[in-house]
Write a protein that binds this ligand. Structure first.
Ligand code: PEP
Ligand code: MN
Length: 336
């Protein structure tokens, strides 16, 4: 971190600031120029509050030169993290495909869907029981009953299950859930993230609707700093000026995330585009861009889906997508 001091700063105040930083076990290199004094701060600056430093009366400018996230940072952990979900791995050379309906609607729907996505090669079943909906009048999921049906589908197929947690009040209901999804709208629910740091379950952390990669990684850091390092990132599109698609699919997130962090990343073309016709090309692009997996919404009858029908593919279309995905995974040396 670099602190440029105001040219009016007295030596006494500069020394006081240096002492304050050294007391935090940081090293400070001071270079005195004709116009200003610059302090180069080295060590673990991730816990320094940049705004508090900026508020110091002698600070002209404060600039970070290293990322504020430490546990998620690739620099301090060069190996890819492989998240092991009771034997099903994701990350490094392991490719995870999470598929299923946006919301669990009935026993027949979720079990039928689970069987067809498994047959097509998905290795996780995903379905929503608690649904975040923009309108309070929309279908908001079967809630506890939805979780029961999802567990039934897990029993029937053996697929590990992924579902969204919307409130910590429901955490006790998630004991048999394999991966807890934190949706885009809760990406910065910091109380929730901190609490999930103490639970011993993989967390699928979706990128917020309008969040930067750095904010997203800071949210991962919240979970990791509580002791839970099993975080899987999920790019689901970000809001831009474009309205032709539901969101804008940030394909660059896949290779960039690999540079910045050791955590695995999966891509969700369903929520990114809102259009079933775009899922196949974007799913393929995600594999080639280096994603560690995919999330795809599949519904036996998208026209009748109670949630996100327009972006859901049929089981037949999903099987067709999976054929191409498997071929590409083979070329990319990924185990699916
Ligand atoms: C979902 O995964 O069903 C969902 C609501 O997604 P997001 O949080 O990305 O909007
Ligand atoms: Mn959905």
């Amino acid at each position: 971190m670099i602190i440029v001091c105001k040219n009016t700063a007295s030596q006494e105040k500069i020394n006081a600031l240096i002492k304050e930083l050294e007391d935090k076990s940081l090293q400070v290199h001071c270079s005195i120029g004709t116009l200003s004094t610059i302090l180069g701060v080295v060590g673990d600056t991730s816990k320094l509050d940049i705004e508090a430093l900026e508020a110091n009366e002698i600070a002209e400018k404060v600039q970070r030169v290293s990322e504020p996230y430490k546990l998620a940072n690739r620099k301090f952990h060069t190996e890819d993290t492989i998240v092991d979900v009771n034997g099903t791995k994701i990350g490094g050379g392991f490719f995870g495909v999470m598929a299923g309906p946006c919301s669990i609607e009935s026993e027949e729907q979720i079990i039928g869907c689970a069987k067809s996505v498994k047959a097509a090669g998905a290795n996780f079943l995903r379905g929503g029981a608690f649904k975040p909906r923009t309108s309070p009048y929309a279908f908001r999921g079967l809630k506890e009953r939805g979780l029961e049906l999802l567990l039934l589908a897990k029993k029937e197929t053996g697929l590990p299950i992924v579902t969204e947690l919307m409130s910590l009040e429901h955490l006790d209901l998630f004991n048999d859930v394999d991966v807890i999804q934190i949706g885009a709208r809760n990406m910065q629910n910091f109380e929730m993230l901190a609490e999930l740091g103490h639970c011993n379950k993989p967390i699928l952390l979706k990128r917020g609707l309008a969040n930067t990669i750095e904010e997203w990684l800071m949210s991962a850091e919240y979970i990791m700093s509580g002791g839970n390092e099993n975080v899987i990132l999920c790019e689901r599109g970000i809001r831009t000026f474009e309205t032709a698609t539901r969101n804008t699919f940030d394909i660059s997130a896949a290779p960039l995330i690999h540079q910045l962090t050791h955590l695995p990343i999966i891509m969700d073309p369903s929520h990114a585009t809102g259009k079933s016709s775009l899922i196949k090309p974007l799913a393929k692009s995600a594999v080639v861009a280096g994603a560690n997996g995919l999330m795809i919404e599949v519904h036996p009858n998208p026209e009748k889906a109670l949630c996100d029908g327009a972006q859901s593919v049929t089981p037949e279309a999903f099987a067709d997508i999976m054929n191409d995905v498997k071929t590409l995974c083979h070329f990319e040396h990924k185990i699916i």
